[in-house]
Ligand binder design. Sequence first.
Ligand code: PMP
Length: 458
Amino acid sequence: MNDTVLESSPIVEAYRQRTPGSAALFEEARSMFPSGITHDSRFLQPYGIYATKALGSRKWDVDGNEYVDYSGGHGALLLGHSHPEVSAAVQQALEAGTHFGDSHETEIQWARVIQRLVPSADQIRFTSSGTEATHMAVRLARAHTGKSKIVRLQGHFHGWHDHMTSGYNSHYDGSPTRGVLPSLAEKIILLSPNDIDLVGETLASDKDIAALILEPTGSTFGMVPLAEGYLAALRELTERHSVVLIFDEVVTGFRVSKGGAQAHYGVIPDLTALAKIVAGGLPGAAVVGLREILEALDFDVTSTSGKEKIQHQGTFNANPVSATAGYTALSIIETSKVNETANDSGEFLRQGMNQVLQDMQIPWAAYGEFSGIHVFTNPESRPIEPAAFDPLSVPWPELKGNVSSAVIKLRLAMLTNGVEFNGWPGGTISSVHSEADLNLTIDVFKESLKMLRSEGEV
Ligand code: PMP
């Protein structure tokens, strides 16, 4: 994925000039962290910025540079950085105690607001991360059905545990990635996205399938969107074949709409993995779903039924500080129009960026839905109209095949001009990105493309 070796160039040099403090910290970090980083998505050549502060839509680095931020805490910050109400509630929670090792009222308040918002949230079990939530969802599905295999869609991401490594950005044939047991990888069936007939045939022919899991707006928050009607068809097929349908709403939950993608599309899964926004910007996650499935975690029910209980510990499950942040953030989402605001901003930004591409006659496209933005950099040089680009018209690997020196330089040039995008390239938009932020981003996109053009990249 990160095979491109970046050569020095005026863009790279301009970035280095602006970020000497980040460069120095990166040198130190390299001696202790693999690649100098602590999350693969933070990999950037020659190095990423080192942040010191973030507020609203903005972020600052150690060199004092200010950025309009679209990484949004890896998508966790629908309300922007350090939302005043969330921060104040967290301050109070910190003073009350960071870990009780007991149950507490805030976990109930947190669960209640999740239940009010997420249609499938009959029962809830908190975890610390989205990875843990999808891991537990898979185990619950196997326990419930007594079956062993899991169907996944190529390109969809569900965290990094052993069931989820093949087929996200490599090993699309389902072969195990390095360090994963072949016997485990054999239980994962990877299907091409949007081929509903293939799902039908697979579920009909293999009676050992416990669950089907997917990102309900398509992989990487709609980088590869789902075809219309696909979700509803999956619901019908999984029900017909008694396969547990799991939505991974780690990104889409509380972002696509207050109730996530399931509320927006009216397709209700059996289990849902929630993380990121659910915990208001602090670590925290949950698996939610049908009582009859989550009952496998219940001491009384399993003791009565004689079925083995699924064990589940986790030192930081429903940690009181995360619970407070989550409850406060979700209460704001419940009672205001933050989703609509962020979604409108997404549309505004995509349109503005496409206008730039059109004006500069660059055959790329800004696309996406809701509060997400993706830049298609057209690796196969197809003739496209930016504003009319339909991502479903190109083979999905092309949408994910965006890594090139042009993409890296786009990110560096945008950082140099004061905007941080993710490596997709693209990002997520918060409800506090102002029109001025969005207009500035469009200007920066244009400036950055001019810099790329002068290096023959576009
Ligand atoms: N599922 C999806 C769709 C995600 O985007 C992510 C994180 N980017 C995860 C699962 C894993 O969540 P976490 O990083 O909290 O383990």
